[in-house]
Ligand binder design. Structure first.
Ligand code: FES
Ligand SMILES: [Fe+2]
Length: 346
C-alpha cells in the first residue's frame, strides 16, 4: 500500500481503563447515569401495585404501577436510614412499607407515617426520591438524569429500525442472567465487531453469511446496526445496539432483548429476555433449541472476554491497533466512551 492510500489503524483504549475503579465511578455518572436504562417489560407492571426493583449501574431503583394506573419510579432507598423499600425483583405491594423500621410511604412517594419514631419530623421533607420513567412500546425505562432527552428521542433511529418487529405481540419466553466477570467495556468491544465470529463462534458462523456482515454507526444517536444474511439452512442476523448497554438481537426464529449491566469496575452481567411470536406448546421444544443455540454464542463470548480481561489486567499489554475495516464498531464504541467522559468534564 503506498503512502497516499495508507489507512490509519486507530489505537484502542489503554488497558488500565478496563480495571480502574475511579474511572468506573466516572463512567457510572457520565454514561449510565445520563442514559435511559431498560428496567421492565410492560407485562410485569400491568396490575396496580406491581413493581420491578433492580440495581441500575449501582443505583437501586424501582418502578411501580399505582392504583391510579400511573407508572412511577423511585430510588429504592428509605429516607430514614437508607434501607431498601422493596426487595429486588418483581412483586406486588399495597403499601410501601420500609423493611427496616416500617416507615410507610404513599405510592406517589410521600412519607405518610413513621410508626413509633417518638419525635416530630416534617413528613414532606422525607419523601422517596423520584426518578424519571417512560415506556416505549412494551418496554419500560428509567433515567437518573433530569436533563436527559425524552426516551423516544434518546432511542434515536432504533425506534424506526425496530419498527418492523412486533415487540408488543411477542411473548416472553425466559430470562437468563449471565455473569460476565469482566469490565463492561470488554464485552462492549466484543459486541462491536463480527471479526471474531469465524474464530470464536463456529455455529453462528455456519448460520450467517459472513461475507455479507456489515456494520453501520449512527454516531450522533449512539446507535450501531450490525447485520448479516442467512446462510443456507441458517438465519439472518440483525443486531441493534443503543449505547451504552441495550441490545436487540433479532434472528429469523425470534429475538432477545439484552441489557449489559456494569456491576463495578471488574464485573458486569448480561440480562437476556428471549421473546417469540409463537408461544404454542407444540413449538416449545424448538424455542428451547434456539435459546440453547443463542446461549452457546453468549458462552463463547463470555469465555474469550474473561481471558482478554485477565490479560488486560496482567500488565503486559497497554494498547493495540483497531482495524478500520472490520472494527469500525469498536472504534465508534470507544469514541463514545471517551466522548462521554470528556463532555462530563473529564
Ligand atoms: S430505614 Fe426505613 S424505616 Fe428505618
Ligand atoms: Fe461474539
Amino acid at each position: 500500500m503506498d503512502a497516499a492510500t495508507r489507512i490509519e489503524a486507530p489505537l484502542s483504549l489503554p488497558a488500565s481503563w478496563y480495571s480502574d475503579p475511579a474511572l468506573w465511578q466516572r463512567e457510572r455518572q457520565a454514561i449510565y447515569g445520563t442514559s435511559w436504562n431498560l428496567i421492565a417489560r410492560a407485562d410485569q407492571l400491568e396490575t396496580p401495585g406491581s413493581y420491578v426493583a433492580h440495581v441500575v449501574a449501582g443505583w437501586p431503583v424501582f418502578v411501580l404501577r399505582g392504583r391510579d394506573g400511573a407508572l412511577r419510579a423511585f430510588h429504592n432507598v428509605c429516607r430514614h436510614r437508607a434501607s431498601p423499600i422493596v426487595e429486588d425483583g418483581q412483586g406486588r405491594c399495597e403499601v410501601l412499607r420500609c423493611r427496616y423500621h416500617g416507615w410507610v410511604y404513599d405510592q406517589d412517594g410521600t412519607l405518610r407515617r413513621t410508626p413509633g419514631f417518638g419525635a416530630d419530623i416534617d413528613l414532606a421533607e422525607f419523601g422517596l426520591i423520584p426518578i424519571r420513567v417512560e415506556s416505549w412500546r412494551s418496554l419500560v425505562f428509567v433515567c437518573l438524569d433530569r436533563k436527559a432527552p425524552p426516551l423516544a428521542l434518546w432511542l434515536g433511529s432504533l425506534t424506526e429500525r425496530a419498527a418492523g418487529y412486533p415487540l408488543e405481540r411477542m411473548k416472553f419466553h425466559r430470562m437468563m442472567v449471565i455473569d460476565l466477570g469482566v469490565n463492561w467495556k470488554t464485552y462492549g468491544d466484543n459486541y462491536a465487531e463480527g471479526y471474531h465470529v469465524p474464530t470464536v463462534h463456529p455455529a453462528l458462523n455456519r448460520a450467517i453469511r459472513m461475507d455479507t456482515y456489515e456494520v453501520e454507526c449512527a454516531v450522533a444517536e449512539g446507535v450501531q446496526v450490525h447485520r448479516a444474511a442467512a446462510a443456507g439452512g441458517g438465519t439472518s442476523g440483525l443486531w441493534l445496539w443503543k449505547f451504552p448497554g441495550l441490545f436487540f438481537n433479532i434472528y429469523d426464529w425470534g429475538m432477545s432483548v439484552v441489557r449489559l449491566e456494569p456491576l463495578d469496575h471488574l464485573r458486569s452481567q448480561l440480562v437476556y429476555w428471549y421473546l417469540f411470536t409463537d408461544d404454542s406448546p407444540e413449538t416449545r421444544a424448538r424455542r428451547d433449541e434456539m435459546m440453547t443455540w443463542s446461549l452457546t454464542i453468549v458462552e463463547e463470548d463470555k469465555q474469550i472476554c474473561r481471558e482478554v480481561q485477565r490479560n488486560l489486567d496482567a500488565g503486559i499489554y497497554d494498547t493495540g491497533r483497531l482495524s478500520p475495516v472490520l472494527e469500525t464498531g469498536v472504534i465508534q464504541f470507544q469514541d463514545w466512551v471517551r466522548g462521554r467522559l470528556a463532555s462530563a468534564g473529564d
